[in-house]
Design a binder for this molecule. Structure first.
Ligand SMILES: Cc1ncc(COP(=O)(O)O)c(C=O)c1O
Length: 431
């Protein structure tokens, strides 16, 4: 950080935040040592993590896929930086912020296992993915672009837009349900075979509808073998699961930092493999950055500076809690409620148990109740009568589903309350 910033939060001070916001601050260890076994189920550890969050006690919130609230130390840093940016005003913004924002990329790149020059900040995954889909310049009239029912709606819209923009055919197929790893691979194989002119495939790492996790590496290799590039929607994966970009074999990725990394709302990221930069056009013919600078691929105007500057602290806390520990925790919570829900008659779990196909998000439906009206009624009953927040997700070929998405602050007792409510709503128990 260019200027020393007055501390505005005692808690931030205690945690050692705010002295060097952009230099991956060393947290005074505020958590117990990472458990050496049973990582996802160690109550003491996760109770301490829970203590980092302030969240309404009025509702058990199992709708954390929308975005991930900031932990208190991150929120303190965000407030401090909001004060700082507004106090220092344009003097800071006109002189030093460029270098500071550029430095925000360093810890992200390091954690993702890529070069700083391969990533740029966006205001969310939508912006990053729209820039990739619209900017991908290798399509010719007569080519095909391909996506599946589980992909995110606005990314589907962007793929559909390519029909007029690039003169391509747009093909869509359905992911099988119930999904197994092999069935999913077979579905991608069949779709690529059925659409041999496919040059671009949209792939979602973790589905926002059902939580299904895709075997990205295999699908990307399959696409590549057939001459198609993949744009990966990693809005829900990085932070929910732990991986590095190069593990995936994909050259174009859009990320969110305000979901599972816990940064303030309004921050995402684009990744373009260095050797593929020329295949994405500068955004709206940007001239602010050179054509060999990835930042020319996302021209976002004036962003929320404080939100972007808070990213290193959010990432540092994510790493302090432990990316693998979080992944284990989410899986543990998911398996915990799923095992109990399976005992209820008429409750169908849509997401497979195979640990290579699921992380923390899982969806369910009640038998025969997959219309928008039926699923909305279940969501409303859970929320209004039982104080359990969930969300309906449409767009699944076989019908609507109800998504359960955890957070670091969710405890087993919260899930017990949810399952008790589900028992009533599904007619297994009297209300
Ligand atoms: C799979 C997926 N892709 C993209 C997005 C877009 O993210 P944002 O709205 O934060 O830009 C979302 C948001 O929920 C998502 O779930």
């Amino acid at each position: 950080m260019s200027n020393p910033v007055p501390q505005t939060s005692r808690r931030a001070l205690l945690l050692g935040l705010g002295t060097a916001a952009l230099a991956a601050p060393a947290f005074a260890r505020s958590l117990p040592a990472l458990p050496t076994s049973n990582l996802g189920a160690d109550t003491g550890y996760w109770q301490a993590v829970r203590g980092l969050y302030s969240v309404t006690p009025d509702m058990v919130n199992l709708e954390n896929g929308y975005w991930g609230i900031m932990a208190e130390p991150v929120k303190a840093e965000y407030k401090r930086l909001t004060d700082f940016v507004n106090f220092e005003n344009t003097v800071y913004a006109r002189t030093k912020i460029g270098a500071d924002l550029d430095n925000v990329r360093a810890p992200l790149a390091e954690f993702l296992g890529v070069a700083r020059e391969e990533i740029a900040l966006s205001r969310g995954a939508t912006e990053a993915l729209q820039a990739l889909i619209s900017g991908y310049n290798k399509l010719k009239p007569g080519d095909t672009v391909l996506y599946a029912d589980l992909d995110y709606d606005s990314m589907q819209y962007a793929m559909n837009w390519l029909k007029d923009r690039r003169g391509v055919a747009v093909a869509k197929f359905d992911i099988p349900e119930p999904a197994t790893r092999q069935a999913v691979l077979d579905a991608y194989d069949a779709a690529l075979k059925a659409n041999p002119k496919t040059k671009l495939l949209l792939l979602t790492h973790v589905s926002h509808r059902t939580g299904l996790m895709m075997p990205v590496k295999e699908i990307a290799a399959m696409a590549k073998a057939r001459g198609a590039d993949v744009i990966l929607d990693a809005a829900h994966s990085w932070g929910q699961i732990d991986f590095q970009a190069k593990d995936l074999g994909v050259d174009f990725i859009g990320f969110n930092l305000h979901k599972w990394i816990g940064a303030p709302l309004g921050v995402g990221m684009i990744y373009i493999a260095r050797e593929r930069l020329a295949d994405i056009d500068p955004y709206m013919a940007d001239e602010d950055f050179k054509a060999d600078d990835i930042r020319s691929r996302l021209h976002t105007g004036t962003p929320n500076f404080a939100a972007q500057l808070t990213v290193p602290v959010a990432l540092a806390l994510h790493r302090e809690i432990g990316p693998q520990a979080k992944e284990a925790r989410y899986r543990h919570l998911r398996n915990y409620w799923v095992a109990k829900a399976r005992e209820l008659k008429g409750v169908e779990i849509q997401t497979p148990d195979d640990p290579s196909m699921v992380a923390g998000i899982t969806s369910f439906a009640l038998t025969g109740k997959r219309s928008p009206a039926d699923t909305n009624a279940i969501v409303a009953a859970l929320r209004d009568q039982h104080k359990v927040m969930t969300v309906r997700r449409g767009g699944v070929a076989k019908g609507n589903t109800i998504r359960i998405s955890p957070a670091p602050y969710i405890m087993e007792a919260d899930l017990d309350r949810f399952v008790a409510a589900l028992a009533v709503v599904s007619g297994n128990r009297a209300g």
